[in-house]
Design a protein around this ligand. Structure first.
Ligand SMILES: Nc1nc2c(ncn2[C@@H]2O[C@H](COP(=O)(O)OP(=O)(O)OP(=O)(O)O)[C@@H](O)[C@H]2O)c(=O)[nH]1
Ligand SMILES: [Mg+2]
Length: 395
């Protein structure tokens, strides 16, 4: 079975019969190709063979994009795990260097014939795109849905569809021809435009709020992406060290060993990415705490577990950053100290509710940091999962 690499969706997609058909809709202005390539390359790397049928751009541009995303298409091709079907050159009248070329890309039969030649059984086939196929001739949609139905008996099919200018009835018909419908849409949040991947329908279940924010890394491919996680806590509790320990790369604006502006880091962990912003700890810099906290989606409070005298300050910082209205986690840092309080004791003394994870850490040695990263991701995804469960429960 193919995987998007987004657990929240994959758990549900697993319930579909195999092989299945998936419609991937994108709004105008959003390029669905990076998500499609990420999915396709994951399939061919992890489970078997994937075929990319392209009819709206030169195959070379797909290869180039895959390279930028960090996928090694040449190696996958060599291993027989990736096949390109050029359904573009025949349409644009250009010569093709590809091995599999569809002579007449407006004919569903010819596409099927070419796929037969490429060996389509039990593969994952990406058709890019339905919109271009429909634009080629009048009966495009019927022919195309016929093609999808024929392919689905033998392979999993994912179809890209950019929905602009089509009448709503037509879009409805397209959607009903597939086992699952996902859509990539922009969502405006606090004046920032972000991309979200929505599951509209999986099998018979319709969803309104099953969505995750995503970002395309080049290289890296598809990630679930959270734009800002705030790392705060009292002076010298280990925030800057923690931002570095959690990040693939990080910068701190420090003077004489103390943070005077902010730490910036970037977490990339198990298919998730987020920007980490660390605050200064000294009271002197409190005026900027609120500014740094703007638009944060979660807060990690770092405390020195050997020094409970600083906990009152920690609580004050939670107030200043409005942390209690967001997903909150606590790193009980300095847990290497002999007199370090246990996580339970840290929870009690900070008066934290049960749903706030308290993770013992030693930031200088990265001890407990993977657990903290897991807890952060679970917390962020928990919000999305709760939304989707609410929805299912309501049906
Ligand atoms: N033993 C021990 N030392 C730590 C740990 N975490 C950080 N440190 C050390 O504590 C000191 C302060 O760490 P920083 O990361 O600069 O602390 P900070 O919270 O960013 O400090 P400010 O920005 O000044 O508020 C450094 O010398 C770190 O090496 C830990 O878990 N155990
Ligand atoms: Mg610091």
């Amino acid at each position: 079975m193919f995987k998007l690499g987004i657990r929240l969706f994959d758990d549900k997609l697993r319930e579909l019969p195999e092989p299945c058909s998936l419609l991937f809709i994108s709004s105008p202005g959003i390029d669905p190709v990076p998500v499609a390539i990420s999915t396709l390359c994951n399939v061919s790397r992890d489970q078997g063979k994937a075929i990319y049928v392209v009819n709206n751009k030169p195959p070379a541009s797909v290869r180039r994009e895959a390279g930028l995303l960090g996928f090694d298409l040449p190696r996958l091709s060599e291993a027989g795990r990736f096949v390109m079907v050029d359904s573009y050159s025949g349409f644009s009248g250009q010569p093709s260097d590809e091995k599999h070329v569809v002579g007449d890309p407006s004919s569903a039969d010819r596409i099927l014939g070419c796929l037969e030649g490429a060996g389509l059984d039990r593969t994952f086939i990406l058709l890019d795109s339905l919109s271009s196929f429909m634009d080629m001739h009048e009966k495009g949609l019927d022919d195309f849905l016929g093609l999808v139905a024929a392919l689905k008996k033998r392979a999993t099919v994912m179809v890209l569809f950019s929905t602009w200018g089509y009448d709503p009835d037509c879009v409805k018909r397209v959607k009903s021809g597939f086992d699952a419908v996902l859509s990539l849409r922009p969502v405006e949040e606090a004046s920032l435009l972000r991309q979200f991947l929505f599951a509209e329908r999986i099998g018979e279940t319709h969803y309104e709020k099953l969505a995750v924010p995503i970002k395309i890394l080049r290289p890296g491919g598809l990630r679930v992406y959270f734009p800002k996680v705030l790392i705060t806590g009292p002076h010298r509790s280990g925030k800057s060290t923690m931002v570095r320990a959690m990040s693939a790369s990080a910068v701190s604006v420090d003077r004489m060993g103390t943070t005077v502006a902010m730490d910036y880091g970037y977490l990339d962990h198990k298919g998730f990415a987020c920007d980490l912003v660390g605050t200064p700890g000294q009271e002197l810099f409190d005026p900027i705490l609120g500014i740094l906290a703007e638009e944060a989606v979660a807060v990690v409070l770092v405390v020195n577990a050997t020094d409970p005298r600083t906990f009152e300050r920690a609580r004050a910082m939670l107030q200043r950053t409005h942390a209690r209205s967001m997903p909150l986690l606590v790193a009980a840092n300095y847990s290497d100290g002999d007199d370090a309080l246990s996580p339970e004791e840290v929870r009690r003394q900070l008066e934290l509710p049960e749903d706030v994870p308290v993770v013992p850490t030693v930031a200088i040695d990265r001890k407990g940091v993977p657990e903290l990263q897991d807890a952060l991701i679970n917390k962020l995804m928990g919000v999305a999962e709760a939304e989707s469960r609410k929805e299912e429960g309501g049906k």
